[in-house]
Design a protein around this ligand. Structure first.
Ligand code: FMN
Length: 389
């Protein structure tokens, strides 16, 4: 980063490090750790891995730390290792994590999910395909999966059963119940996962929803599952706590869900009390994140820009954001309100603290944990003495 940029940023407080209040919750900065499945739970319950994995991001200085996608019912897990939030016990297992995050200045967020026709998969490191006979030796048996229509993701995927109306309603109830467990565990922000080809997204997309009843057909019918679910979750989640929805802003496939559809959906979500849209993309016909296609830094920004401008809702953008100046520029230009990082945070959990330093914020390490900050002020003084800083 250039010297001039530092001076300018110090003169006007960088937006990246200005707080943001949504309903009754204040984030100390605009950096969000995006949800990241760890495929490391047993029976859906969080354990020491999740504690350390998520805890490091609070120490790293993010304003909001999202827990990975947690399944609202057992068959809604992607893999046997997914986190779940389908009982009070699942919520209770997350409590120590929530309390650690809060103690270290991060707002704890939970993402509620149902994998739909992308359930019953192998962990990425076991092949990332549908579970098959080869997984049985690990005790990882295939389970029956569900979707709006009996159509697999592609010709290598498992065939889902088409959901009946009673089953749709019971899944929506499970989302609402999970919101209650998340609240009881102390989470302060809730996000509904309606992206990446999972259940809610697969209701939206004309490529995966071929129903002819009230939950299919035209765009209004295809939006019904997502909108009703948002209403039910909003009703079960305290008024003082923000509700986010992550959408795949576009399918990126011919004749799929597009950005105009997203603008219409977001207007409806906003009317139902959704506060922030997390603007993702892709995943209806394959992988959303693990693609090897060449992508520019901040590749999902155009979706956030359009949705924010057309609907006036606050947005979260993410997707290969690794550069502090780019992050600040996105906020300065009004293309998003929050910056999400996922793989960059795996590479460097201290990205927010390093960004603060680069922008001249917190030069005395006052926001760091005392256990670290006290030492780092002394290290910095040495570095200045010898002209390294
Ligand atoms: C290990 C890993 C797990 C992920 N799990 C989730 C998840 O649970 N829910 C979700 O919506 N996205 C998930 N994603 C996608 C990320 O939240 C994010 O949208 C994506 O990685 C792009 O951001 P990045 O370029 O900063 O990594 C995951 C990504 C990674 C790398």
């Amino acid at each position: 980063m250039s010297e001039t940029a530092v001076i300018e940023s110090v003169a006007e407080q960088p937006i990246l490090f200005s707080p943001m209040t949504v309903r009754g919750v204040t984030l100390k900065n605009r950096i969000v750790i995006s949800p990241m499945c760890q495929y490391s739970a047993h029976n859906g319950l969080a354990n020491e891995w999740h504690n350390v994995h998520l805890g490091q991001f609070a120490l790293g200085g993010a304003g909001l730390v999202f827990c990975e996608a947690a399944a609202v019912e057992e068959r809604g897990r992607i893999t046997h290792g997914d986190l779940g939030i389908w009982s009070a016990d699942h919520g209770a297992a997350l409590k120590p994590i929530v309390s650690f995050l809060r103690a270290h200045g991060a707002v704890p967020g939970m993402q509620l999910a149902h994998a739909g026709r992308k359930a019953s998969m192998q962990r990425p490191w076991h092949g990332n395909g549908p579970l098959d006979e080869s997984d049985r030796a690990r005790g990882e048996t295939i389970w029956d999966i569900v979707a709006p229509s009996a159509e697999p993701v592609n010709d290598r995927s498992l065939m889902p059963d088409e959901l009946g109306i009673a089953d749709i309603q019971s899944i929506q109830k499970a989302f609402a119940a999970a919101a209650g467990y998340a609240d009881a565990a102390g989470f302060e922000v809730l996000e509904i996962h309606s992206a990446h080809g999972y259940l809610s997204h697969s209701f939206l997309s004309p490529l995966s929803n071929h129903r002819t009843d009230a939950y299919g057909g035209d765009r209004a019918g295809r939006m019904r599952f997502t909108l009703e679910t948002a209403e039910k979750v909003r009703a079960a989640w305290p008024d003082s706590k923000p509700l986010f929805v992550r959408i795949s802003s576009v399918d990126g496939v011919e004749d799929g869900w597009n950005i105009d559809d997203s603008v219409v959906l977001v207007d409806e979500l906003k009317r139902r009390g959704v506060d922030v849209i997390d603007c993702s993309s892709g995943g209806i016909a394959g992988m959303a994140t693990a693609t090897r296609d060449p992508l520019p830094l901040g590749f999902r920004l155009p979706f956030s820009d359009r949705i924010r401008a057309d609907t006036g809702i606050a947005t979260l953008t993410h997707g290969l954001i690794i550069d502090v100046d780019q992050a600040e520029e996105i906020l300065q230009s009004g293309q998003a309100d929050l910056i999400g990082i996922a793989r960059e945070a795996l590479y460097n959990p201290y990205w927010p603290r390093h960004a603060a330093h680069a922008l001249g914020v917190d030069p005395e390490f006052g926001d760091w944990p005392h256990q670290y900050g006290w030492w780092l002020t002394r290290r910095e003084a040495h570095l200045k003495n010898i002209g390294v800083r």
